[in-house]
Design a protein around this ligand. Structure first.
Ligand code: SF4
Length: 328
């Protein structure tokens, strides 16, 4: 369904050039849910915006790479071809529904516009469809809610409207970028359940971006771990969770609260912070924070290589598992 090859994205800022995404490659098969995780600044959202060709063109530039969507390179498409798939076959749910919905237009207007843009329907049919979609995403009394403005809805309701909008054209591929970040845990669980239910109903392939590994465990079949603009680990969710190959993935998992941990046991956070993208460390970008860093880690950047069938990692020691205590 989607194949990303060597995607590299630069931002030209007043303070200098920043490489936000660096030779990122991955693929997503039809019907799969890929969870993309990593700390802030790892390049997850920039990758998603580039897939939609929504980078701010004044400062963001794709330096190289391909984004093959059903075999066609999105980066080479004309604006007309892009418009025919964006929002139609390829849709996105953004992080903050309040910032994505227009505050001065009713949700009914915004939803019917989206429906009319991607379907040949009359205004009346679009309105009926909008009511149907709002009911599907669990908004009570949908007829009356059409005349509401975004500020009249709760955060969870606004995100439901965004999901209804994204699914109004039954897209083949849906990118959900931190769709539950601003919501409390109960609403988060409801929204995730709704997303997965609609994914099954419409047979949509999903790329779910999150910093929450618990969400990935519940929803995704494959996981891609990103760090400092690079891919660090990829594989089936169960295998990565039970046997992480990369020290960064191990660190992320150790810093999770888990019900199977002993009472009173302390979480083990990853020490330090992600690097500044204008000044990335030499060699392995994770080496200043890694408990197993050796001299070679500072000097040579490891490849993102297949360690066992279907499992990829970017670490000098993932293949032989010969991790030794940090010596630099
Ligand atoms: Fe740690 Fe070295 Fe592996 Fe990087 S290459 S993750 S620094 S052991």
């Amino acid at each position: 369904m989607l194949e990303v090859k060597d995607l590299t994205v630069d931002f030209h800022l007043l303070s200098g050039n920043l490489r936000a995404v660096d030779e990122v490659s991955f693929s997503v098969e039809k019907g799969e849910t890929l969870g993309v995780v990593g700390e802030s600044g790892s390049g997850k959202s920039v990758t998603a915006l580039t897939l939609m060709r929504l980078l701010p063109f004044s400062i963001g530039k794709v330096v190289k790479g391909e984004i093959l969507f059903k075999g066609e390179d999105i980066l080479k498409m004309s604006d007309k071809d892009l418009r025919s798939i964006r929002g139609n076959r390829l849709a996105m749910i953004f992080q903050d529904p309040m910032a994505s919905l227009n505050p001065v237009l009713t949700i009914g207007f915004q939803l019917t516009e989206a429906i009319k843009t991607h379907n040949r329907v009359t205004r009346k049919e679009a309105k009926e469809k909008a009511v149907e979609l709002l009911a599907q995403v669990g908004i009570p009394n949908p007829c009356n809610r059409l005349s509401d403005y975004p500020h009249q809805l709760s955060g969870g309701m606004r995100q439901r409207v965004m999901i209804a909008m994204a699914l109004s054209s039954k897209p083949d591929f849906l990118i959900a970028d931190e769709p539950t970040t601003a919501l409390d845990v109960t609403v988060e669980a409801e929204i995730l359940e709704l997303l997965m239910k609609l994914k099954e109903k419409y047979r949509t392939t999903v790329m779910l971006i999150t910093h929450n590994l618990g969400i990935v465990a519940r929803t995704a079949s494959f996981i891609l771990v990103m760090y400092a603009g690079r891919t660090y680990e990829y594989g089936p969710v169960d295998e990565v969770f039970y046997h992480p190959l990369h020290p960064y993935t191990q660190g992320l998992l150790n810093s999770l609260t888990r019900i199977d941990k002993k009472r009173g046991g302390r979480l083990k956070p990853i020490l330090g912070s992600p690097p500044s993208m204008t000044n990335v460390p030499s060699g392995c970008r994770f080496h200043p924070r890694c408990n197993y860093a050796q001299k070679i880690c500072r000097e040579e950047e490891p490849w993102f290589e297949e360690v066992t069938k279907g499992r990829f990692s970017r670490c000098h020691f993932s293949r032989d598992g010969n991790f030794k205590a940090r010596s630099i």
